[in-house]
Design a protein around this ligand. Structure first.
Ligand code: AHG
Ligand code: MN
Ligand code: MN
Length: 364
């Protein structure tokens, strides 16, 4: 398609916001600032070793373990700085929070504060960066509580503890063979490809829809001994393939960058599981609710897919802390609903091998 017929991200946002008579330019400007941070990170990722950005963050320039107890990569820290710096001066935000920051980040006192809160995972899949496999960024936007906006006070953790259904926008950038931005402002999901010559995100994938059915699943099978029974059952049935209760073969993928898995699932369907497990009793799941599960959940639901803890819809979960972890299952609607049914069923005393699961041969 010729360039003149393509929408830039800016034009897309203007067209979308026409639906809201009260819309100010504030919200659009906020999304564009987040997109600018993603472009800056895309450049840093593209330079790789040439830019000196690979490897672990240096301990003597600010510490190297984040609040999660995870070793920070140089790119984790740099990406966080880009997000903070490019979003703190615009006047659209009341505050920010990030995977890489223990506490909420304040908008500098001399700057105007706005109506929204931005929460982000600046670099997702960072264990992949040193091996040149796709990584991404994830962000979520909610309204700041009225009282914060009216008083202009500093934000505190409690201001961010809003369920995923309260999100007004969510997006991710994927730094893969091309850089893409996938965005929902609450009216479906659109994908934009970064034109490397223009430095603009161009609308290339309008109205993304997750196919309702799939024969592809993604899970880190090395954790299988820690899985709960419904997850074991689901995976066993997929592995049993044509000769098992599902009566069809499944394919398996694991990139270890959730953004890349989410993108594959948006493009061709599939189901992703990083479920609650018993690996570390203090961590009920690997992924974080506010800046991983909620934004990806919002995008999936906006694209006709589904996101769940297994026990309840992800977007209904009331958060209890900023860096809370949670079991996350998302993707093709029929598959996620099946996994939820397995969680809802009474625990059977039968062994989990599908060949021995009562009645399972007749379940679809
Ligand atoms: P992050 O790099 O932001 O800490 O997130 C990594 C996450 C996610 O992207 C991926 O799905 C998962 O960790 C991979 O975990 P395993 O290493 O256990 O497979
Ligand atoms: Mn992540
Ligand atoms: Mn991260």
């Amino acid at each position: 398609m010729p360039l003149s017929k393509r929408f830039t991200l800016t034009r897309y946002l203007i067209e979308e916001r026409r639906r809201f008579p009260s819309a100010t330019g504030d919200f659009n400007a906020l999304i564009l600032d987040a997109a600018l941070a993603c472009k800056a990170i895309a450049r840093a990722v593209a330079f790789g070793e040439l830019g000196g950005v690979l490897g672990n963050h240096d301990a003597d320039v600010g510490g190297c373990v984040n609040v999660q107890g995870e070793t920070q990569k140089k790119l984790d820290v740099l990406s966080n700085e880009y997000f903070v710096r490019l979003n703190q001066w615009g006047g659209h935000l009341a505050g920010m929070a990030s995977e890489e920051m223990d506490l909420p980040c304040q908008i500098p006192a001399q700057q105007p504060r706005g109506n929204y809160l931005l929460v982000f995972d600046p670099l997702d899949g960072s264990s992949n960066i040193d091996v040149n496999v796709s990584v991404g960024s994830i962000f979520s936007i909610v309204r700041a509580p009225h009282e914060v906006v009216d008083s202009g006070r500093d934000v505190i953790e409690a201001d961010f503890l809003q369920p995923g259904a309260a999100q007004v926008a969510a997006g991710y950038a994927l730094y893969g063979p091309t850089t893409m931005l996938v965005l929902s402002v609450g009216n479906g999901v659109a994908g934009f490809t970064l034109d490397p010559m223009l430095g603009e995100f161009m609308l290339t994938h309008p109205n993304l829809q997750v196919p309702a059915d799939t024969q592809e699943f993604a899970i880190n099978a090395s954790n299988s001994r820690f899985w709960e029974r419904p997850v074991k059952r689901y995976v066993d049935e997929c592995l049993a393939g044509k000769t098992g209760p599902r009566g069809k073969d499944f394919n398996m993928r694991w990139i270890a960058s959730m953004v890349a898995e989410a993108h594959r699932i948006l493009m061709r369907g599939g189901v992703f599981l990083y479920p609650r497990d018993s690996k570390e009793p203090s961590k009920p799941g690997r992924l974080r609710l506010l800046y991983e599960a909620n934004p990806v959940g919002f995008i999936m639901e906006q694209a006709g897919g589904r996101a769940s803890t297994g026990y309840e819809p992800m977007l209904g979960v009331q958060p209890t802390s900023l860096h809370q972890r949670i079991g996350l299952i998302f993707g093709s609607r029929n598959e996620v609903e099946r996994i939820e049914r397995y969680h809802a069923e009474p625990v059977s005393t039968e062994p989990s091998n599908p060949l021995f699961v009562e009645r399972s041969l007749f379940r679809n």
